[in-house]
Design a protein around this ligand. Sequence first.
Ligand code: FE
Length: 244
Amino acid sequence: MERREFLGGAAAGVVAGATTVIGKSQAQTNSDTSKPNADGHLHSHEGASPSHSLLPSDPALRVKAIETLLVEKGLVDPAAVDAIIDQFEHNLGPKIGAAVVAKAWADPAFKKALMENAPKALASIGVVGSGAEQVIAVENTDKVHNVVVCTLCSCYPWGVLGLPPAWYKSEAYRSRVVREPRKVLAEFGINLPDQAEVRVWDSNSEMRYLVLPQRPKGTEAMNEAQLAALVSRDSMIGTGIPTV
Ligand code: FE
């Protein structure tokens, strides 16, 4: 049961932050109007339960109550629920995406295949299911920086990145990254040159984006495993940059 603690942490989160919004809709240009948090802190705890409260959060309690009822009525097998959670905690996760990125960096043919048809390329290395068949890869370059959001809810490429971080689902991130992506990215520590174009990709249930970050300089001698270790979850959402 303690493995479900993540349910209680799913509230809150803010991020602080330009330019092109793409996805289910069209591109648009934005202007920056608000100031980033002075301390660069990415998570607002407003509206969330106090971190050190003795009681679980309301959503966690609700989930617990519903689960208890479903189990009592024989509608849900607790072992099946645990198996599903175990799958997401241990078998899925950003390590899959990091391996995909590393392979794309090291293997030009795989990269080409990934950019042209990500689901097919992913399936060729055994990555299937959990939304992998809806993944679209977008590549960062010196001229273009991609960042991913789901403005409506929390659509996310679970098949390659696992469970989404709480801030990805926060209203603040979902609204601000569209209006002022450069400021949001700056609060994540990414300061883009003015001439770089920012593309914000709006996910939905049929299109989930994987950012292919730029391979860091000085990694020419690294193998795929070493390269994969450089790739963070955030760098595949577009809110991080791989570094050596
Ligand atoms: Fe969504």
